[in-house]
Write a protein that binds this ligand. Structure first.
Ligand code: ZN
Length: 343
């Protein structure tokens, strides 16, 4: 592990708290009607979190402690964020960004809908502003006004704005202001190409992977995490096959340094800074488990039989969990349902 990554991991004294906050965030976004209803959320005040900022490489920094990891790209043009953390953490996030740059936040790219990644959209966007006549390649509509532009895949907006009765699922002030429906979207900002890639139906149906081409850094969202098995949000259009496709995409974009660790650096949705070797290990783990469960599905085994066969047991010491918002049982169930023929 690179010294930097180790430092990022070890000085994050609040990892336990981060996970608890992520639990709270997910509890608010995974419907209780689902068979995968998460455990009750602990009552914690997001304002109590401690955030930490680490240089990654090039123009890019990683901010931990505010929910999901936040990527901060800085330069002459201003500040671009990938994800916005939990609601209530934005003052601390903003103060940390101010130690790097005094320029305004112009863009926030949401990797997906979950509240531990989008909860800070409203507060952080209001602290920034839109570049007049912006330079996003695509169908830019009118500027959203005096706030940063929040970009996401169209499915994020569709789900946030869907009404459950009379109220939208998420208040309008938190919605993306620019969405895209194509497999990729491009942006040039702070002297580098920023490529947004939209894998189909992965962690959710509205995921974006962000590749900073000059800095050589990829922000993965929750398609890749170091803290557990991948969360497959079936209720929001996720699928294990899409997670594997997304991991393959990340590996495809990455170039490891010759005969050593390093090269392209990877910022996971949760957990420590990684390089491509970490993603390859994770992709192999997820693929092996997918293949085992596919085999059981093909043999006609029921979900209970698959769970009893413990298809993840050799990886459980590292990734498994019996309690919390994403248990090993829930992961196995999500893989099973992803692979079972639709009735
Ligand atoms: Zn998520």
């Amino acid at each position: 592990m690179r010294a930097l990554a180790k430092q990022a991991f070890e000085s994050s004294k609040n990892l336990g708290l981060i996970m608890m906050l992520a639990t709270a965030a997910l509890a608010g976004t995974v419907p209780s009607a689902s068979a995968q209803a998460p455990a009750a959320a602990p009552q914690r005040n997001p304002a109590d979190v401690e955030v930490h900022l680490f240089p990654v490489q090039g123009n890019v920094y990683m901010l931990v402690g505010a929910g999901g990891n936040i990527t901060v790209q800085i330069g002459d043009d201003g500040v671009l964020l990938v994800d916005a953390g939990l609601a209530g953490t934005s003052d601390k996030v903003y103060a940390a960004i101010r130690t790097l740059s005094t320029k305004p936040i112009h863009y926030i790219i949401d990797t997906h809908i979950h509240a531990d990644h989008t909860g800070g959209n409203e507060a952080l966007a209001k602290l920034g502003n839109t570049i007049a006549g912006g330079n996003v390649v695509g169908d830019i509509g009118a500027s959203a006004g005096n706030q940063a532009t929040v970009i996401a895949a169209q499915e994020v907006l569709d789900r946030m704005s869907a009404t459950n009765g009379t109220q939208p699922a998420v208040p309008q002030a938190s919605w993306p202001t620019e969405t895209y429906t194509t497999p990729e979207r491009k942006l040039y900002f702070n002297g580098e190409g920023v490529l947004m890639i939209h894998p189909q139906a992965a962690h959710t149906d509205g995921d974006t992977i962000v590749f900073f081409r000059r800095s050589d850094v990829i922000s993965t969202g929750d398609i890749f995490v170091t803290t557990g098995y991948p969360l497959v949000d079936l209720a929001r259009g996720g699928n294990i096959q899409g997670v594997i496709n997304g991991l393959n995409e990340i590996i495809e974009l990455s170039i490891p340094a010759d005969e050593q660790e390093g090269g392209t650096m990877i910022i996971p949705g949760h957990g420590r800074l990684c390089d491509v070797a970490d993603v390859v290990f994770y992709q192999e783990m997820v693929t092996i488990i997918r293949d085992r469960i596919q085999d059981m599905v093909n043999k006609g085994m029921t979900l209970e039989q698959v769970k009893a066969a413990k298809p993840t047991s050799d990886y459980d010491p590292r990734y498994g969990r019996d309690t919390g918002f994403w248990t090993t049982d829930m992961f196995v169930e999500a893989v099973y349902k992803s692979l079972s023929p639709k009735k």
